[in-house]
Design a protein around this ligand. Sequence first.
Ligand SMILES: [Zn+2]
Length: 93
Amino acid sequence: MKTKHKLPTHCPSCINKLHVTQLACESCETTVGGQFNLPLLSQLTQEEQDFVLQFFLYSGSLKQMAQQMNISYPTVRNKLDDMIEHIKKLQNL
Ligand SMILES: [Zn+2]
């Protein structure tokens, strides 16, 4: 298998959302084509995805996350609220 790169989610040219048009089997290299949406979590920005991962690893404790990230609790709380809004928007698309 060739080097894997980070999955781009937005067009570097016009910034619009990207979708998947081809998938390949790692074993036999069969490819399937079509129009597939990226999973919801993959549509988040890299920063948001990192936040979700940390949130999960800290068992959802914003207090612990704030301590670890060296930022205030209200800042973490605001980041989470922004993300909730972003996710709701993505769900309605
Ligand atoms: Zn295969």
